[in-house]
Design a protein around this ligand. Structure first.
Ligand code: GDP
Length: 432
């Protein structure tokens, strides 16, 4: 069967930890979208790791890690990441890369930088990993699939053809030097040799695994609100962040996805520009940022301070619905233990009317948060294993949020480690 771990919010919900935890009972962990533009932080017996491209299952000896066709594959980053974990005594993982995955080209990264520079103040806050130019080329049908690296004739012809237009843009729009086709070919030959040991027909592999009764875990990157279609367009990422896209981005039958664990953080954080209704500022935000996550809320890829906010029931309800959540994993609850009162955003006021339905971006820009303050629990909940042992106000916080979002919170995470998890019987789960 297939399970998915995906985000309900703007990303950084703690999916890495939940995937790492769930990978223990999975045979295969698959990345199906996105690229090295976001990161997961994982804390386990080997130490603390920031993964950008490798699936979170790489720390287990029994799992096969798979890069699906939907991923923006940055080959040097992938190989560097493999080295960085094996250098720290993690055994070499079993890794497979789809022969249909497309490659992030060196010029995608350049174009990402140059375009953000050109836009100046109107930039998207891109991580400059080449993701938007990569997906633009993919859908413009001038991207490079991994299998093309192994056909010299096809590769050479295409490199010359694609560089013709790239060089016009480089020289005329961005006023930079043109790229040399032979040099690019040399780089691609290096990429080919680096990736060759891992390339395979991933969808055929997964199909066979399903027939054999294996458990496959799909690992999402970012969250619903960054989805190209259903997120806060245009301040979104350039691939679909939804569990349903897992079927496409891994090459699986959609009906095989039986469990959709949607990770939702106990407060909000976001990176990059875009509407963020429950955002907080000043000392209030600084304190939450300092205490947040595991060592502060700073981007795993860029180190940028994240924007902070209170929990947003409107965005999270929508986030869970679009994912098709069968289970909600409610994370970093331990961080809120310092607050006397915890504000929660329960509605959006737009043009004088209050709604709990997440609107389209043009309306979202006008939304003001309707806040409700819940009493804090003023203690450290780390180390607690049973839901009933949580302080009453803490349970009330979880249950209030569950009632607002309408999806079952079956896991509560109270620390960054694999074992910091509380399983909960949710009345909503029974109703599903
Ligand atoms: P992801 O991209 O969704 O995997 O999220 P990130 O890894 O960027 O951010 C989650 C951060 O929170 C990481 O530093 C995790 O180690 C940490 N984390 C995850 N769950 C918890 C939790 O329950 N409590 C605390 N304190 N930290 C957590």
């Amino acid at each position: 069967m297939v399970k998915a771990v995906v985000g309900a919010n703007w990303g950084d919900e703690g999916k890495g930890k939940i995937t790492d935890m769930m990978a223990e009972n999975a045979d295969i962990v698959v990345r199906f979208q996105g690229g090295a533009n976001a990161g997961h932080t994982i804390v386990n017996n080997y130490g603390k790791f920031a993964l950008h491209t490798l699936p979170s299952g790489v720390f287990y000896g029994h799992t096969t890690s798979v890069i699906g066709n939907g991923v923006a594959l940055n080959i040097p980053i992938l190989i560097g990441e493999l080295k960085s974990i094996t250098d720290r005594n993690v055994p070499m993982p079993k890794l497979l890369v789809s022969d249909r995955a497309q490659i992030v080209m060196p010029y995608h990264i350049l174009f990402d930088q140059y375009e953000e520079e050109r836009l100046g103040k109107k930039s998207f806050g891109s991580t400059k990993s080449g993701i938007a130019p990569f997906y633009s080329d993919k859908y413009a049908k001038i991207g490079f699939q991994v299998n093309e690296l192994f056909d010299e004739e096809v590769l050479r012809e295409k490199v010359y053809r694609v560089l013709e237009t790239k060089n016009i843009l480089l020289t005329h729009l961005y006023h930079k030097d043109p790229l040399d086709a032979e040099e690019l070919l040399r780089t691609l030959h290096e990429y080919r040799d680096m990736i060759a040991p891992y390339v395979c027909d991933v969808s055929a592999f997964l199909y066979k695994a399903l027939k054999e009764g294996k458990t496959i875990l799909l690992e999402g990157q970012l969250g619903t609100l960054k989805d190209t279609d259903h997120g806060i367009y245009p301040m979104v990422t350039s691939s679909s962040t939804l569990a349903s896209y897992g079927a496409v981005g891994a090459g699986l039958p959609p009906y095989e996805i039986k469990e959709i664990v949607t990770v939702c953080k106990a407060y909000s954080s976001a990176v990059g520009a875009g509407a963020f209704v429950s955002e907080i500022f000043g000392e209030e935000a600084d304190e939450l940022r300092r205490r947040g996550g595991d060592g502060g809320e700073y981007g795993a890829t860029t180190g940028r301070p994240r924007r902070m906010g209170w929990f947003d029931c409107v965005a999270s309800k929508y986030g869970c619905r679009m994912q098709g959540a069968t289970d909600v994993a409610f994370t970093v609850l331990d961080v809120l233990g310092y607050l006397d009162e915890i504000p929660v955003c329960v509605g959006y006021e737009i043009d004088g009317e209050v709604t709990t339905d997440f609107p389209v971006t043009t309306k979202l820009e006008k939304a003001k948060p309707v806040l409700k303050a819940l009493p804090g629990w003023k203690c450290d909940i780390r180390g607690i294993k049973n839901y009933e042992d949580l302080p009453e106000n803490c349970r009330k916080y979880v249950e209030f949020i569950e009632s607002q979002i309408g999806f079952p919170i079956t896991m509560v995470s109270n620390g960054p480690g694999r074992e910091d998890i509380i399983y909960r019987h949710s009345p909503l789960k029974q109703a599903l």
